[in-house]
Write a protein of this length. Structure first.
Lengths: 440, 618
């Protein structure tokens, strides 16, 4: 890095670098696409926008590819900055917004494509998963633009949409999210892409997405499990168990894997390891490299002030000998939990592996209703070690280690991918499932 | 005997009272079967109901119980093991030992689920069991014979399809060596805690079994689901697929050295020259001594080492072993890297009926006493007996088995040996049981496992944390986490209880945990044996074993490592590691808590009620 400005902004640069890399890893950019921006107070107290340079490789950002612009007037850096700087500047002017990010969230974009003649307003996207409902709302706006990149239309419409929504979709192009921090904007893009991935996986499984949408829209509290906690922009650096070096490493490793293997979108899910009186708890389990999350030491005893997520971890430990608990949002599993066998009317209560390794690890994996009480979830975990809650993600446990719990959603994702692939190819799952599965 | 209501069991317990010279068949209580499964669980339940834990372990009031499991006699992989429980003459607390081979499977086919032997005979006897019947017979002609001679003599009645299998003791058991073993199929052994001395005190030389009874399976499809899963996973895991077949347990030698856990010179350090370790490695054994691998009943792993070695007096000897524990405890722990000498000492120990682990630990203790000048020339009686003296290692085996010369002191085990020379701190034991071949300073869970093992320092009863560090795959756990160790080792102990209670090999744990077993046991019995229920059985057996020990006089103070491990560090990955007394205290306190025991390590009344343990059933 060179120049006094860079020395002053090293932390910010690292954050851009890390989130840029992360966005490539979760496949929401191409090599040069996307851009991100934050608004901050500069070294001399000036109102400043920091934005990625146009065409820069977000996976490998260099110091010179981050531009510092006046938020109030055009300066030289404008010509190097992203072609969508105008959009960012207007988004960043919205009350409470400190960051905005644009990415090619392909799963979400594909899920919003239609073949109606344009120009026309495409339908808005209605998610069917708990994360998007909670964090993005019941409707995600979608707009078609004649010039869908860097155009004045975009600069006018996107901020309007983001005034009312956390994220908006540019038809056939990508999405823009706002945030109180760059991480929150990235989080929203990841959650949006996940919402698209869930719908896409359902479509591939021939699930009647319209029916599921109607069910969710009619009563999200019934069709989805308890909502996840709001996204917290503070406290990511907190680490209550620095002295437990090995466990810390395990958490970091598991966090990377969850994120990179798409077992849960950025900063979603949770994981814990129990001690005797304490639970080491990561409430943002999906953590890319160089982007951490809080690592908390919580009393194991239940507390009325516990949020719903940590309360489930505690309940599992209180009723079992398990050493570790993990909760992930695996898009393919969320979709598989809505799968209806041909000739039947209700979603299946189990996922039966059809692949060799999956079927040896798990003869079946239970799918529980969204309102499953903790006691019932724990019973299922005792028996199967992993369970899918329809509209509520995947819960898994380990008897010895965190990595044991991690293996379960990872294995489940593969199991679901094989099933999805078989249905796509027109194969009859019933005929592929082990004959005995009905009895397990 | 009416039909037993639970498939997988015969519903019969054979009770031999050697004082009265009588045998009788008693019904197995169905609730005991369901609550304790079989093997280790059933054995401790029956033992607890049979004896006063405060009894003299070498007196007629002690008893031993060998129990089989509902999986034995089915196609479940490795399900042919038996588990023996008794009060240990070495430790004064619970003694349990587990053995493979084929005796356990044949015993089950003889029509019994468990054998209880109590009392003591005035003259040598053997118990002959066949087809639901048994008799006590004189064994005068066998007394004094080695285990091989005894086995070969009694097994000669074998017929095609109806083999006779023999458990027996050698001279070490007859001479009440406190760590005498019971031999099984010649070279398999019930080794730890001195069961051979208990047999010797009862003048019981052997138990021969024959039989053809089948084990019923209630739900073959469910059983098959678990079986297929288990076999598949065993074919996948490197340890069960290749390592143990190619190198035997000796394959661990280099691995354990690699992670600075291979003990040296009576646990004074873990510093070896790599070329020395290579001389006693599994690879070297495979290249130089191995004739073929072998397997226990229904075992696809095949870790047995059938070896040959040059005899001391010329010629060639053949036998089984050495295993990892034997190599390290008779070898590097004594500063010895002579694989042939270790192998010969192993052969002699098997023939004479000694536990090679306790023997190695005791010799290492003697060597340190010698180097510190506490064992003088006169006591050493011509042996150099310093670290590295392979000749002494070999020479002391028969002396110990026959309690001759210095061997009489060694026959008491390391704790009494060191105490006798005024340096009890030089005995590397927990509850007087010699520590296995994994230095506890290199793994906190293993340290806690030794501390809390119901039988004293045992890597199998205490929880085999080592496997997690090297072969555990997804179950790998941190080695130095005070926070995670108590629960990790509790869960490992419970898994071990389950495996021992199912009559299966611990090595299956390298490939899978409880799930396939839950399906198989559910399939055999037709009952719901969910993982939660198996977890509960683990906790129940652990609590009952603890009760036994408390009644035998053990206290929380006994759950501690020798001072050396708190005071003298070893270097692991560049860091000095020890298990300080404070760390031991914290782990012990937390362990009691996760077990539901009070601060003194006593299972609470509430826990006993919740686990339906109840009082002694006589």
């Amino acid at each position: 890095m060179s120049g006094p400005k860079w020395r002053a902004a090293e932390d910010l640069f690292r954050e851009f670098q890390a989130l840029g890399r992360a966005s490539l890893l979760c496949d929401i950019q191409d090599s040069h696409s996307g851009n991100m921006a934050v608004r901050r107070t500069g070294d001399r107290g000036q109102d400043e926008i920091v934005v990625t340079a146009t065409g820069s490789q977000k996976g490998d950002l260099e110091p010179g590819q981050i531009c510092f612009l006046s938020a109030t007037e055009t300066d030289f850096g404008y010509y190097k900055a992203s072609s969508e700087t105008d959009i960012h500047a207007r988004v960043l002017a919205l009350p409470g917004v400190r960051a905005s990010m644009h990415a090619h969230v392909k799963d979400l974009v594909v899920a919003t494509l239609d073949d109606a003649p344009k120009p026309a307003k495409p339908p808005d996207f209605v998610p069917v998963d708990p994360l998007a409902w909670r964090h993005l709302g019941g409707v995600i706006p979608v707009d078609w633009f004649a010039v869908p990149s860097g155009s004045p239309e975009l600069a006018r419409t996107i901020p309007e949409r983001l005034a009312a929504h956390p994220l908006t979709v540019i038809y056939g192009h990508g999405a823009v999210a706002k945030g109180r921090s760059l991480r929150e904007a990235f989080f929203r893009l990841c959650v949006g892409n996940y919402a698209g991935a869930v719908v896409r996986a359902m479509e591939r499984l021939r699930v009647d997405v319209g029916a599921v949408r109607r069910e969710v829209a009619a009563d999200p509290g019934r069709a989805l499990a308890a909502p996840p906690a709001p996204y917290a922009v503070e406290g990511d650096e907190r680490s209550d168990f620095r002295e437990e070096e090995e466990i810390l490493r395990e958490f970091v490793k598991a966090g990377h894997r969850i994120f990179e293997s798409r077992l849960s979108p950025f900063h979603t899910g949770s994981m814990s390891v129990r001690g005797v009186d304490t639970m080491l708890y990561a409430p943002k389990a999906s953590m890319p490299r160089d982007v951490g999350g809080p690592l908390l030491g919580l009393p194991l005893a239940a507390d009325p002030a516990d949020d719903a997520e940590s309360a489930v971890h505690k309940a599992i430990y209180a009723a079992s000998d398990f050493q570790s608990v993990m909760h992930c949002h695996v898009a393919e599993a969320e979709a598989a939990a809505r799968f209806v066998y041909p000739g039947e009317t209700a979603p299946a209560g189990r996922i039966v592996p059809i692949d060799a390794e999956g079927s040896f690890f798990y003869l079946v994996i239970p799918v529980l209703p969204p309102d499953t009480p903790a006691a019932e979830l724990i019973r299922a975990l005792h028996e199967y070690k992993v369970a899918v809650v329809r509209g509520g993600g995947v819960w898994a446990v380990g008897t010895q280690s965190l990595s044991e719990a991690l293996h379960r959603p990872s294995s489940l994702r593969e199991i679901c991918l094989y099933r999805i692939g078989a249905v796509e190819r027109g194969l009859d799952l019933r005929r592929m499932e082990p004959r005995q599965a009905g009895r397990w | 005997m009416p039909d037993f209501p639970i498939p997988g069991y015969h519903g019969r317990v054979l009770v031999a009272d050697l004082s009265a010279g009588e045998v009788r068949t008693e019904p197995l209580a169905p609730e005991a079967a369901l609550d304790y499964l079989g093997g280790r669980g059933l054995a401790i339940r029956i033992l607890y109901d049979t004896i006063d834990p405060a009894c003299d372990p070498l007196g007629p009031d002690n008893a031993f119980v060998i129990a089989s499991s509902p999986l034995v006699g089915t196609a479940a992989p490795t399900a042919g093991r038996g588990h023996m429980a008794f009060k240990s003459p070495l430790t004064g607390v619970l003694g349990t030992s587990n053995s493979g081979g084929t005796w356990g499977a044949v015993f089950k086919s003889s029509g019994f689920d468990a054998l209880v032997v109590k009392g003591a005979s005035p003259t040598p006897v053997l118990i002959d069991i066949e087809a639901g019947r048994a008799e006590i017979r004189p064994a005068d002609g066998l007394w004094g014979l080695t285990t091989h001679e005894t086995n070969d003599s009694l097994a000669a009645v074998s017929e095609p399809g109806r083999p006779a299998r023999v458990l027996c003791i050698g001279p070490a058991g007859e001479n009440l060596v406190r760590f005498a073993a019971v031999a099984n199929d010649r070279d398999r052994v019930y080794g730890r805690s001195g069961p051979g001395a208990v047999w010797g005190s009862k003048k019981l030389k052997a138990v021969r079994v024959r039989g053809r009874e089948k084990t019923a399976v209630a739900d073959r499809e469910r059983f098959r689901a678990g079986l297929d899963q288990a076999l598949y996973l065993m074919k996948q895991a490197p340890a069960t697929k290749r390592l143990l077949r190619d190198l035997g347990t000796a394959g661990l030698v280099e691995l354990i050295n690699l992670i600075a856990m291979l003990p040296h010179r009576n646990f004074q350090d873990c510093a070896h020259r790599d070329e020395d370790v290579e001389r006693v490695s599994g690879e070297t054994l495979a290249k130089t001594l191995l004739e073929k691998a072998g397997s226990c009943h229904l075992c696809p792993i095949g870790c047995q080492r059938h070896t040959r070695v040059a005899g001391r007096g010329g010629g060639e000897e053949r036998g089984e072993g050495p295993e990892y524990e034997t190599i390290v405890l008779m070898g590097p722990l004594c500063g010895i890297y002579d694989l042939e000498a270790i192998t010969r000492a192993n052969y002699r120990a098997n023939e004479l009926g000694l536990d090679t682990m306790s023997y190695g630990g005791t010799v290492a203790c003697a060597m340190e006493l010698r180097e510190r000048g506490l064992i003088g020339d006169e006591a050493a009686a011509g042996l150099d007996l310093r670290f590295g003296d392979a000749a002494a290692l070999e020479a002391l085996v028969p002396l110990t088995a026959r309690r001759e010369g210095l061997g009489a002191a060694l026959a008491e085990g390391a704790a009494r040996l060191a105490g006798g020379f005024g340096r009890p701190d030089l005995a590397m034991t927990v509850k007087k049981l010699e520590i296995p071949a994994y230095d506890p300073r290199a793994s906190f869970p293993q340290a806690l496992g030794y501390m809390t093992s119901p039988t004293g320092a045992c890597h199998l009863r205490g929880g085999y944390a080592v496997s997690l560090a090297f072969f555990g795959g997804a179950r790998e756990i941190p080695r130095f986490s005070l926070l995670q160790s108590p629960i990790a080792i509790r869960n490992m102990q419970n898994l071990g209880i389950l495996q021992d209670s199912l009559g299966v090999c611990r090595f299956t744990g390298y490939a899978f945990s409880t799930d396939p077993w839950a399906r198989m046991i559910g399939g055999v019995t037709g009952r719901d044996f969910s993982s939660a229920r198996l977890e509960e059985i683990g906790n129940r057996v652990a609590a009952l074993e603890r009760l036994f020990n408390l009644e035998a006089g053990a206290t929380a103070a006994d759950d501690a490592l020798p001072g050396r491990f708190a005071e003298v560090p070893i270097v692991v990955e560049g860091k000095e590691r020890r298990v300080s007394r404070e760390d031991q205290e914290r782990m012990r306190r937390d362990y009691y808590k996760v077990r539901g025991w009070d601060a003194e390590g006593r299972p609470t009344a509430g826990l006993l009620r919740a686990l339906r343990i109840g009082g002694r059933r006589r």
